[in-house]
Design a protein around this ligand. Structure first.
Ligand SMILES: Cc1cc2nc3c(=O)[nH]c(=O)nc-3n(C[C@H](O)[C@H](O)[C@H](O)COP(=O)(O)OP(=O)(O)OC[C@H]3O[C@@H](n4cnc5c(N)ncnc54)[C@H](O)[C@@H]3O)c2cc1C
Length: 461
């Protein structure tokens, strides 16, 4: 039997023994059938049942609840959206961009509220996000990010900090300033995802685990097919498999699976924490293109996550990509570079998983009332809170309830498909390599590589 606790520290410490629930054994009919028991699928099931307690809802999960990115992430529950405020403003205008940012703030608060209502102990902690300018080359990004919030009338959410003000919160090397954004929290994603599953079951929803959907079909009576039988739905089927949806032939180019990897230290001593500071447990990042995200965990460890594991031809997803020795070694080195006092500290866990990146970086929620197929996906590593928002949007679309969030720019849209291989592989590997070279040049105080403008233009989001 699979030992699911080895997939992440969060699954290991969620307080459950992770024995799979029953599988689907025969065909059945429900009102809504959902593929995927991560945050998207589970929040959708939760809100459907909360809004319409008589609904029959079934969730079909290939592995166990939280097996995917929802049980493996960095624990940021953030009002940050995968597309930057500046790009949202550019694409949709300031009013719609602002509405989306407010909805993201609302999602963070909503996650906290449901945890309280449902008795889910997910270690929710609203410490904000601190994004550091590590090197002078990051200062222009810091200022332009602040300016973008300001243009949307949200300057009250963010505060520019000097290096000295950052040092009063946390001691990290090579800091030239920081941007503090309050409307963000950190949490234990394993406890949250497993807790939502229990809340669904209390409301009569059924979750089948070790149940892989092999095909789906829309129509009057849409259905999810599995080797043991099919689940027909009266109202809708929901495809909530994020990056794993690429394994279904018709959705192969819908998103790009990009691996994000994490290294975790042992719990630090009080003496180490007193040198580092970080008493408010802000989520921490820098302005690097290769992405770094850090969390001070509920039990006093440092979680350091980053991208860089190579994209594999054909959008391959496999367990052996969860660990990439070169990238994990780089993350451990980065941890010690940020916090030199940790040079003899042990790293106890290393894991990773795929995030689903849409071609235009923009998450989508879509429900086609004719085929009765609904989906939400494409969070590019910002899905913990965003999936709560998209699930509420999907619930409204499926039930025909129009609310203020039905007007957001994520609603009833589709992203363009990714290119065919091998073009996709060539382009993505070029971008991964270019971002690494740009960051490295900045770190060494050198000029950007000649082709930086190409990568920065293609990677604008
Ligand atoms: C290492 C890492 C760090 C991250 N850090 C953060 C962070 O700090 N903050 C943040 O906001 N976001 C973060 N993310 C992204 C975030 O975790 C995801 O965006 C979010 O969890 C997506 O939820 P989901 O339910 O859509 O997808 P998933 O959680 O991936 O769930 C999809 C589920 O569908 C199941 N499935 C797939 N195909 C089938 C099938 N055919 N049949 C049945 N079941 C199927 C899978 O097994 C899986 O359980 C991170 C992601 C990773 C990998």
């Amino acid at each position: 039997m699979t030992d699911y606790s080895k997939y992440s520290f969060w699954l290991e410490t969620c307080g459950e023994n992770l024995t799979p629930r029953a599988t689907l054994e025969r065909s059945t009919e429900v009102d809504v059938a959902i593929l995927g028991a991560g945050f998207t699928g589970l929040w959708t099931a939760y809100y459907l049942l909360r809004t319409n307690p008589r609904f029959k809802v079934a969730v079909l999960e290939k592995e166990i609840v939280g097996y995917g990115a929802s049980g493996r992430n960095g624990g940021w529950c953030s009002s940050k959206f995968p597309v930057t405020p500046a790009m949202l403003d550019h694409r949709y205008g300031s009013e719609r961009a602002r509405a989306l940012m407010l909805a993201m703030k609302g999602a963070v608060d909503e996650v906290c509220r449901v945890c309280q209502q449902e008795g889910i102990e997910a270690h929710f902690h609203k410490g904000g996000v601190l994004t550091l300018a590590r090197g002078e080359h990051h200062l222009s990004s810091l200022r332009s990010t602040f300016a973008a919030y300001d243009r949307l009338g949200l300057s009250g959410w963010v505060r520019m900090l000097t290096a000295q003000q950052v040092a009063e919160r946390i001691r990290v090397t090579n800091v030239h300033g920081g941007l503090f954004a309050l409307e963000n929290a950190s949490l234990h994603p394993g406890c949250l995802v497993r807790g939502i599953a229990r809340a669904i079951e209390r409301r009569g929803g059924v979750i089948y685990e070790n149940t892989a959907v092999t095909h789906f079909e829309g129509g009057d009576s849409p259905r999810l097919m599995t080797p043991a039988g099919e689940v027909r739905a009266k109202a809708a089927i929901v495809l909530a498999g994020e990056s794993y949806l690429t394994r279904l032939p018709t959705l192969h180019r819908a998103v790009l699976p990009v691996y994000s990897l994490i290294a975790l230290t042992e719990p630090l001593s009080e003496a180490q924490w007193s040198q580092i500071g970080w008493q408010n447990r802000e989520s921490l990042a820098s302005f690097n293109n290769t992405v770094d995200y850090l969390t001070r965990t509920f039990d006093g460890r440092i979680l350091f996550g980053s991208r860089g594991a190579p994209y594999r031809l054909g959008s391959k997803i496999s367990d052996d990509q969860d660990r990439h020795s070169e990238t994990h070694a780089r993350i451990e080195n980065l941890t010690c570079e940020w916090f030199p006092i940790l040079k003899n500290t042990k790293f106890t866990h290393a894991w990773g998983g795929p995030v689903g990146m849409p071609r235009d970086w923009m998450p989508m929620t879509h429900f086609d009332p004719r085929s009765k197929v609904a989906t939400a996906r494409g969070y590019t590593g910002q899905g913990v809170s965003t999936a709560n928002l998209t699930a509420r949007v999907l619930t409204g679309l499926i039930l025909g309830n129009h609310t203020s969030i039905s007007e957001l720019p994520i609603v009833q849209r589709r992203s363009p498909l990714w290119e065919l291989e091998p073009l996709r592989w060539l382009a993505v590997r070029y971008m991964q390599n270019a971002f690494f070279r740009i960051d490295e040049a900045g770190r060494q105080g050198k000029r950007k590589p000649m082709d930086a403008f190409v990568a920065e233009f293609l990677g604008r989001h």
